[in-house]
Design a protein around this ligand. Structure first.
Ligand code: GTP
Ligand code: MG
Length: 151
């Protein structure tokens, strides 16, 4: 089943938005496969955002990501990478639709509270960067048969 990496950035954690954000993924029917609170080093933040290293905001972005606890998660479900991005909303909260996480809960692009993998390759790389294989839960959750049906 498809998996994605989702992180609540330091602003989302400090603003007390963990339960609000986790609830949106959980209620949708996606399955939480891994979760931990970590303070990434700046070097680690640079690895996470390596695709953006030429952008003018890269240094500030990495300083920010490493400025406090981040809630790192892996979510699983059919279409979770793309739909997770839909739940999150556009990068700039001014352009995010109401009803999305950034649309409802954030105001500026530099403090947009959440990260989500943008495709299958990045999801795989980011899960590997943030989690050890043994940290990923392999239990079956009973609700799965109610979310997906038997056939
Ligand atoms: P992530 O899920 O965090 O990767 O966001 P995204 O995929 O919607 O956007 P992108 O990967 O292009 O940018 C990564 C992060 O860099 C964004 O979430 C913002 O926090 C930050 N960012 C992007 N564009 C800007 C910008 O123009 N200015 C500033 N200050 N930050 C930006
Ligand atoms: Mg991105």
């Amino acid at each position: 089943m498809e998996r994605t990496f989702i992180a609540i950035k330091p602003d989302g954690v400090q603003r007390g938005l963990i339960s609000e954000i986790v609830a949106r993924f959980e209620r949708k029917g996606f399955k939480l496969v891994a979760i931990k609170l970590v303070v990434p080093s700046k070097d680690f933040a640079q690895k996470h955002y390596h695709d953006l290293k030429e952008r003018p905001f890269f240094n500030g972005l990495c300083d920010f990501l490493s400025s406090g606890p981040v809630l790192a998660m892996v979510w699983e479900g059919e279409g979770v990478i793309k739909y997770g991005r839909k739940l999150i909303g556009a990068t700039d909260p001014q352009k995010s639709e109401p009803g999305t996480i950034r649309g409802d809960l954030a105001v500026v692009v530099g403090r947009n509270i959440i990260h989500g993998s943008d495709g299958p390759e990045t999801a795989k790389d980011e899960i590997k960067l943030w989690f050890k294989p043994e940290e990923l839960n392999t239990c079956t959750i009973n609700s799965e048969k109610w979310v997906y049906g038997a056939n």
